[in-house]
Design a protein. Structure first.
Length: 428
């Protein structure tokens, strides 16, 4: 009798432990990741208008290097998100609205879990002007761009596999504050080695269980303006070159999205030139540091994905009549329509990936770093829409290109962005 009872108890114990093991193996919270990229380079003879410099009134003339959408889809068993780097200057609001709706419909990824950011290269087609074109060939190309973005997300999702994830940072000195003092005492575009400048290279690494890299996201504060307004060659500029070199280093199907941190007042140390050798040189420096950081990152297969978005609104301003852009010491501004700023937050474990729909100046990112509850916090700008230049409050005390160009009045954006993002971090 005792023997029979012991046999029953042993069988029950084996059943329970087997169920426990089975449940643990299927437990939510295990990371999966997949990545894909789509070539959006226009045909050489299409002559599309380019972004970034108003002085360029002709379409592109040739192709220097290919430009892409690069997408990383992540999944934790109960939630899914996508990070997208785009070799364009900006994400127009209409493009964001249409594509976020389409991605959600076709891939099932909720809008709050989409981060669609631009590298801010000034050597790529202008999405806003393509959207309003009456040229049938340009309209067809614009539709092709949208189709390829949706396809890249679907392909990344189709490639989901068990994965590991980690975060790390390094330093690279390829940027410099550009709010430079002029002869009349005012400030305009130039080189200001004494101005605030964040040299941090932030890296997100996604690797297969074998240790082979799937994707590496690079984040850095610099304009994509090594090539200047006389350039009519399509190019990813410094961001695109960085992605290309890191992908080349790892080989295979590794995808390397590049995202812009707070670069509203940051130019490359070699800027607005005509020589692609400077693009190659700075891209090599940044790529080498991204690779070095990636090799040091410790990864985990555990994952928790949360996301949120909100729109904050700030009072608007506009320039007075007359020359719109000049380094004037006594510049007055007029009231204008309010400006919306979309804030996005994607949490991957304890890494806070914050998105802002504009060109953020360094002071706002610095304040966020000081107030965030998470040690691993990064900012993606030009994300999920377009709000223009977004200066910190102190920056308005010195008139410069960024202050003249911004559509936002002093005293709102800095607090709205930082407090908004921190509040979302506290509630997710």
């Amino acid at each position: 009798m005792m023997t029979r009872l012991l046999q029953i108890l042993a069988a029950v114990w084996l059943l329970l432990t087997g169920l426990a093991s089975s449940s643990f193996g299927a437990e939510k919270g295990s990371l999966r990741a997949g990545a894909a990229k789509a070539d959006i380079t226009p045909a050489e003879d299409l002559a599309v208008l380019m972004s970034g410099y108003s002085s360029r009134d002709q379409g592109h003339k040739d192709i220097h290097d290919r430009i892409y959408f690069r997408a990383i889809v992540v999944d934790d068993g109960s939630a899914r998100a996508v990070l997208i780097g785009s070799d364009v200057a900006a994400i127009p609001n209409g493009f964001w609205e249409e594509m976020s709706e389409r991605i959600t419909k076709e891939s099932g990824i909720p809008r709050e879990h989409i981060l669609l950011s631009a590298t801010h290269t000034h050597a790529a087609p202008d999405l806003a002007r393509l959207a309003g074109t009456d040229n049938p060939k340009h309209a067809a190309y614009y539709q092709e761009i949208k189709d390829k973005l949706a396809a890249a997300v679907r392909q990344a999702q189709d490639k989901l596999q068990p994965a590991r994830f980690g975060f790390g940072t390094g330093k690279a000195s390829v940027n410099m504050n550009r709010r430079a003092r002029m002869a009349n005492g005012g400030y305009w575009l130039g080189n200001n080695p004494e101005g605030p400048s964040d040299k941090t290279v932030a890296v997100l690494k996604f690797e297969a269980e074998s240790g082979a890299p799937i994707a590496i996201l690079v984040n850095y504060s610099v304009h994509g303006t090594v090539m200047g307004p006389r350039n009519y060659s399509i190019s990813g500029d410094l961001p695109g070159e960085t992605s290309r070199l890191v992908e080349q280093h790892y080989g295979g199907d590794v995808v390397v999205p590049w995202t812009s941190a707070a670069a509203g007042d940051q130019d490359p140390i070699y800027r607005v030139g005509d020589d692609f050798n400077n693009v190659l040189a700075l891209g090599r420096i940044l790529a080498d540091e991204a690779i070095r950081v990636a090799e040091t990152i410790k990864t985990s297969n555990r994952a928790s994905i949360r996301g949120a978005q909100r729109v904050v609104t700030c009072p608007g301003k506009k320039n007075p009549p007359g020359p719109a852009r000049r380094p004037d010491l006594d510049y007055q501004f007029l009231d204008a329509d309010p400006v919306d700023i979309r804030l996005s937050l994607l949490m991957l474990n304890h890494v806070a990936i914050s998105g802002v729909s504009g060109e953020v100046l360094t002071g706002i990112e610095t304040r966020l770093e000081n107030e965030t509850p998470f040690r691993a916090t990064m900012m993606l700008t030009h994300a999920n829409g377009r709000s223009g230049y977004i200066p910190d409050d102190d920056a308005y005390e010195t008139i410069s290109y960024e202050i003249v160009t911004t559509r936002i009045k002093q005293g709102c954006a800095e607090a709205a962005i930082v407090q908004g993002l921190v509040d979302m971090m506290d509630t997710l």
